[in-house]
Unconditional design. Sequence first.
Length: 495
Amino acid sequence: MWKADQETVIVEAFINGHHVPSRSQSAKENPADPAEIVGYFPVTTKEQAVEAIEAAAEAFKIWKKTPIDERIARMRKAIEKIRAAENEIVHLLSREHGKPLYDAHGEIYVSLMWMEFACNEAASVLQEEVQEHDHGKTILSYDPMGVVAAISPWNYPIALSTIKIAPALLAGNTIVLKPSPFAPLAAAKVAELIASEFPAGVINVVHGDADVGVELTRNPLVAKIAFTGGTATAKHIIKAASETIKDMTLELGGNDAAIFLDSFDVQDERAMRRIVISNFLTTGQICMIAKRVYVHRSIYDAFVEKYIEAANRWIRIGDPFDANTTVGPVNNLKQKNYVQGLIEDARQRGAKVIPLGQILDQQRFEQGYYLQPTLVLDCDYHDPIVVEEQFGPTVPILPFDDVEQVIHLHNESIYGLTSSVWGQEEEAILVARQLEAGTTMINTAAVQGLDVRFPFGGFKQSGIGREYGAEGIRTYTEQHVINVPKTLDLPYIPE
Ligand code: NAD
């Protein structure tokens, strides 16, 4: 096992069971200290991407016939390997990504929870159904699709790779994974650990950005695209895949709202802590983080006061390896500049920007891609900081006057990933039913309310399809109906 907190880690493309050397490598820096190179990853060529897809297509011929029990047994061994390597993986993830150690452990926790759920459920979810009925007999089977191109983003590089790898393989497909160039190392290591339990060609890993991504999304041998990333990127993918009408699961951006009804108790310190975490976990870089907060005007002032107290208690910005740190740097400079631009724009429009939390290590803060978390008040409902996905450590809090108004504000967004409603439970559920979102949580938000047993995905431009739950396994299959009709001749067709 590599010494993840010391060594420079080198990953290669992994094709048909072998590491494939590449002519050109990119460096991955540590966002908390960009002078430190954590590792190198290859720039996969188009030819190598094609090689990976062809290896997956060849492996599919055998893998699709492998009994489900064997697929599950192999995946369970892979889970054990990940568990045994957890500390090394977490250290590498934290160094390349910038997320604090507890948060990196959290990512492994969620990844394994899902992989185990998928192993436990796969046999029954994929079980073929046989029905004897008035018209004869029907067999409905869930057949594997073929080669899956899995493309993941940088914010949860392991969780959003394993969310695809586990169900795709359990359903009998083979896969070509492309992690994000902003966090490629730990995801590649985890994919290789899993691959070591499977026949050559069943899992292949390529690296790079849009060039390789384009090949994965247009190659005729690819049957399905499983993509998590930005909505703008998804529009390119849809175009590329249209040539051969590929099946797709798209998990995209969000601008998730948290709605605090007048029945919410602002004195509830645990609830205040939960909303702060729902805004700033992983430095706000989560698709399902609460990115705009609406508070009923009758409790608005008291809410803001208590929010600031809770945020100042929980947010400790520092070195991801420091156990006291709750918030690390932004993952990359481009994202930091983007979020800073949104905050500056809000300030210029007259908003009040309040810094939150304490900086534990000023020197590190200045060295890395750090951005002090901020609360933005007095902004307009349609300012960019409110309607755009910030994906960083800032959040606007706005007052609302009545429930109809806040439901409208929620639903007018082009996004609809998750949302949350806080207050008296029945009242909150009534509001939740009227929100256009794939998941709505009551009195909590973001990953604190995530349940891998149920489908996850978005309305509108937040995506197509669902991951997690039984649906997140079946989405890697084609439904195949075999009909044996009792009466073979249709009565209305003349002799
Ligand atoms: P991104 O869209 O920039 O990149 C995602 C992946 O797509 C990367 O691997 C990238 O290399 C690849 N890619 C880029 N151009 C491509 C192309 N033309 N063809 C094929 N692949 C291409 O997203 P990001 O910045 O890595 O991630 C942040 C975004 O992801 C945010 O919008 C966030 O909300 C979203 N996200 C959504 C979910 C969800 O479950 N809905 C989860 C996490 C992140």
